[in-house]
Ligand binder design. Structure first.
Ligand SMILES: NC(=O)c1ccc[n+]([C@@H]2O[C@H](COP(=O)([O-])OP(=O)(O)OC[C@H]3O[C@@H](n4cnc5c(N)ncnc54)[C@H](OP(=O)(O)O)[C@@H]3O)[C@@H](O)[C@H]2O)c1
Length: 411
């Protein structure tokens, strides 16, 4: 049954203002934003002062506010706001992926205990409706894999490198100027943002609850001209690809690692700040969802959809976690990889299986297999040595070998 909601909004930045615009322009749906809590007192606002408060209690203590929409940029403070709101019997909509990924288990319990609903469609890939799709549409489908491009800023950087020949620092600066990138570039380019989203999607796709720090993420920061030259000659590209893959009936693996892809790959044409999710299932096969993963209006639209869902009492049921077959997270998987290193002895350091080393112009290109467990153990070493690492298929490995062996030396 449809119900009117009185909203207390936290945050009036990019997404908060985007939501306000979207609400103003939505013809059929009317919701009442009663109070907006922000942080900075002397900021110029586009709405009258009477809307704003600087004290979170004005919203949290207000018995007439039944829905808290949390859109601030501070994950720790957001956690306290969301937890308190749920404990006080208020429904919550949020876009904060870090907070959800880190506290999902506790939030699920709070929803049950206090009979409230917490929705967070906007936390994963902005305007792409993927959480409810996994939760509802794929509730009984056998999902083999959920992957994609979950971070617009790293995809924008890779697009500028591959399509315009920009170097990494120039492309990163441009992404920051355009507002796509976080101030700390490691969050985007290092795969952390994508990892938070992966952890959330895996909970809805497979019913698996895992802490983000348990999942391996490796970024695109160490991608260099030497990689670009060889990849372009082979007609290949790189995408930063988060993957949740079913290994067997009871095991799922998760990781975020750059992947070398060819023109036939579903993610090849997804460029710039766009996001995409590829769902691979037993019966529906591969499906690609793509769209704007960030920005005030696309993200505001996902928040609006959650608000609207609450008017008819929607809750995530976390159906997959209540099934009879429990799945567990596994790192016992071997990945076919490409590495570009300065020293051939990196092979021993990294325990690469069946390695093939090709030296070209004083740079060593290594192909082989690495266990995900080894990567987790050696992440710091990889980063300290600024090694570029990517996953690739055997077909793409062959293409790269052909390019490299034209005038290079197999070691
Ligand atoms: N931007 C996107 O495209 C996008 C996409 C998907 C998800 N998200 C998520 O959406 C959330 C908001 O992002 P955003 O880009 O809108 O951030 P933003 O533009 O930086 O705005 C942040 C807002 O939060 C307010 N704020 C910060 N700390 C606060 C506190 N302790 N109490 C009350 N208000 C506080 C700020 O107040 P002042 O106005 O006073 O500074 C500001 O209005 C984040 O979780 C982000 O990860 C963003």
């Amino acid at each position: 049954m449809s119900q009117n909601l009185t909203i207390g909004l936290f945050g009036f930045g990019c997404v908060g203002q985007g939501l306000y615009d979207v609400l103003q322009r939505s013809v059929r749906f009317k919701a009442d934003i009663k109070t907006i809590c922000v942080k900075t007192r002397d900021k110029k606002r586009s709405l009258p002062d009477s809307f704003f408060t600087y004290d979170k209690r004005t919203i949290l203590d207000d018995p007439h506010i039944d829905l808290v929409v949390e859109l601030i940029d501070d994950a720790d403070e957001a956690y306290h706001i969301v937890k308190t709101a749920l404990q006080r019997g208020k429904n919550v909509v949020t876009a904060n992926k870090k907070m959800i990924a880190e506290h999902l288990g506790e939030f699920i319990e709070l929803q049950r205990t206090h009979n409230v609903s917490l929705l967070y469609e906007a936390s994963c890939c902005g305007g792409i409706p993927i959480i409810r799709t996994l939760e509802e549409y794929y509730d009984n489908e056998l999902l083999h894999e959920v992957s994609g491009i979950f971070n617009g800023s790293s995809n924008y950087i890779l697009s500028k490198i591959f399509n315009e020949g920009q170097d990494y620092p120039t492309a990163l600066k441009k992404a920051q100027e355009l507002g796509f990138a976080e101030t700390d570039p490691t969050l985007d380019a290092g795969g952390y943002d994508a990892k938070y989203k992966l952890v959330i999607l895996a909970a809805h796709a497979y019913g698996i609850r895992i802490k983000p720090e348990e999942v391996f993420n490796y970024g695109i920061q160490y991608f260099a001209t030497a990689d670009l030259d060889v990849l372009k000659s082979a007609g290949l590209k790189v995408r930063l690809r988060p993957v949740a893959r079913k290994l067997n009936e009871t095991e799922i693996t998760l990781y975020v690692i750059p992947e070398i892809i060819s023109r036939s790959h579903k993610l090849y044409a997804v460029e710039n700040e766009y996001n995409a999710v590829v769902v691979e299932a037993a019966f529906s096969d591969q499906q690609l969802f793509s769209g704007k993963g960030a920005g005030g209006h696309p993200t505001g639209s996902a928040v609006l959809s959650d608000i609207s869902a609450l008017t008819y009492g929607y809750k995530y049921e976390y159906k997959k976690s209540s099934g009879t077959v429990k799945v567990r997270y596994s790192t016992s998987v071997k990945l076919p990889v490409y590495l570009r290193v300065q020293h051939a002895d990196s092979v021993e350091e990294l325990a690469i299986e069946n390695p093939e080393i090709i030296e070209k112009d004083g740079v060593y290109f290594i192909f082989g297999e690495i266990a995900l467990e080894e990567l987790i153990r050696r992440k710091k070493w990889l980063e300290d040595n600024r090694i570029f690492l990517a996953v690739l298929s055997s077909e793409n490995r062959k293409l790269l070998e052909e390019v490299l062996l034209e005038d290079a030396v197999a070691v």
